[in-house]
Write a protein of this length. Structure first.
Length: 396
């Protein structure tokens, strides 16, 4: 329901899941009353037999609501036929519930694949309802960001710190729609190099990740980079790390005080309860990386625990969701999705370009529209390559 419930280890969680079934069923029932069709996405393999007794996301959920199941296999990794047949063998109690297969990420000639599909049907008695081709789509990664550099040029080099508990990493995808951007995720201090901007992203465990950055020498590298004239941006947890101290009196993450990076003259205090809200703000300070952006509206969403208090006038926006140091080289924000605001992002990039003697870019990017276009392409391609009559027969 959008709120954390408990912190549990794996053993305790296995026992705890049984009590969640009623909550899950009620949530499903609510959704069923609002929509014509509901697609349930599983997690990993449905045939993890060591976890089957307490499963609530795969066959356990299918049993709970008595729904048909399609098995989807990633042929790009290899072994898809063995995976399908082996999965069926390990799910004898659910054999009648499973209606067929879908192959995903296929590269190559369909006619060369066809004999395998025929043999699979002979072995299992089940049809393959579709073969989805491998697509070059610009969609959000689901679990973790790419660990590799993604380059649209080399005018502006941006290093994103790959935190062990990184969250909301899709915040930075909009940057790749602007020419001249080299975006890379770095895990080691020696890989940071000499970028134009360092970004510290959000974290599911801000204090824990901050301590890891210190042990790895990354915290010192960020501080040295900033003190030498570099630009540093912090989002949510990364923003909290940029202050003097993080205090956790209630033990929300790790009780006690933790020294921050010391870039902002600020302190963050963790409190019980997580703020989750869509927000808008207006930039009121225009210096450094925010030069020329006074009056620009930015929107996004907040999802964080803790409040940040400044001892100086570092707020750079009307509601205080953005902060800027005196030099204009350090910016922090609680707004996830801030780079989806074209005027803000183009302005920030152009300010960095000017410091390098590069001409500004003039580009209107409607990131939300571009993302919808990619989802439409995905939907059209899937529909084209699925036996939709078969799929609808299951739904009906």
């Amino acid at each position: 329901m959008g709120r954390p419930r408990e912190n549990l280890d794996a053993w305790d969680y296995e026992d705890y899941k049984e009590g969640l079934k009623g909550t899950i069923y009620d949530a499903f029932t609510d959704l069923k009353g609002e929509y014509d069709y509901i697609i349930l996405e599983g997690a990993g393999s449905p045939a993890e037999i060591n976890l089957m007794a307490h499963d609530i996301v795969n066959m356990g959920m299918a049993r709970l609501i008595d729904c048909p199941v399609m098995l989807v296999g990633d042929i790009d990794k290899g072994g898809v036929f063995a995976s399908f047949a082996g999965t069926l063998d390990l799910l004898p109690d659910d054999r009648d519930r499973i209606k067929g297969f879908i192959i995903n990420k296929f590269r190559g000639d369909y006619e060369l694949l066809r004999p395998g599909l025929d043999m699979l049907k002979d072995i299992t008695g089940l049809p393959t309802a579709g073969v989805i081709p491998y697509m070059d789509l610009r969609l959000d990664e689901e679990d973790t960001p790419s660990e590799h550099s993604v380059s649209m040029g080399n005018d502006v080099d941006i290093a994103v710190i790959y935190l062990p508990h990184i969250s909301n990493f899709t915040d930075f995808d909009p940057l790749l729609y602007y020419p001249g951007i080299n975006l890379r995720y770095v895990k080691r201090a020696e890989d940071i190099g000499n970028p134009d901007v360092i970004i510290i992203p959000g974290s599911k465990n801000t204090i824990g990740d901050l301590r890891i950055l210190k042990r790895a020498g990354i915290a010192d590298r960020i501080a040295d980079f900033y003190n030498a004239g570099g630009y540093v941006v912090g989002v949510c947890g990364g923003y909290q790390m940029m202050g003097q101290k993080i205090t956790d009196p209630a033990g929300v993450e790790e009780a006690g005080d933790t020294d921050g990076l010391g870039i902002f003259d600020a302190q963050t205090v963790f409190e019980q309860g997580k703020l989750t809200v869509n927000s808008k703000d207006v930039i009121t300070e225009g210096r450094g990386m925010l030069s020329g952006l006074v009056g620009t509206e930015v929107s996004g969403y907040e999802i964080h625990m803790g409040r940040t208090f400044f001892t100086d006038g570092s707020s750079a926006s009307r509601k205080g969701l953005l902060s800027l140091d005196a030099s204009g080289r350090a910016m922090g924000t609680y707004l996830h999705g801030i780079f989806e605001n074209n005027a803000f992002t183009a302005g920030l990039i152009n300010n960095i370009r000017r410091t390098k003697g590069l001409e500004p870019i003039e580009l209107e990017v409607d990131f939300r529209k571009k993302k919808e276009e990619q989802y439409d392409l995905l939907a059209d391609t899937v529909r084209k390559n699925l036996d939709m009559d078969f799929i609808y027969s299951l739904l009906n």
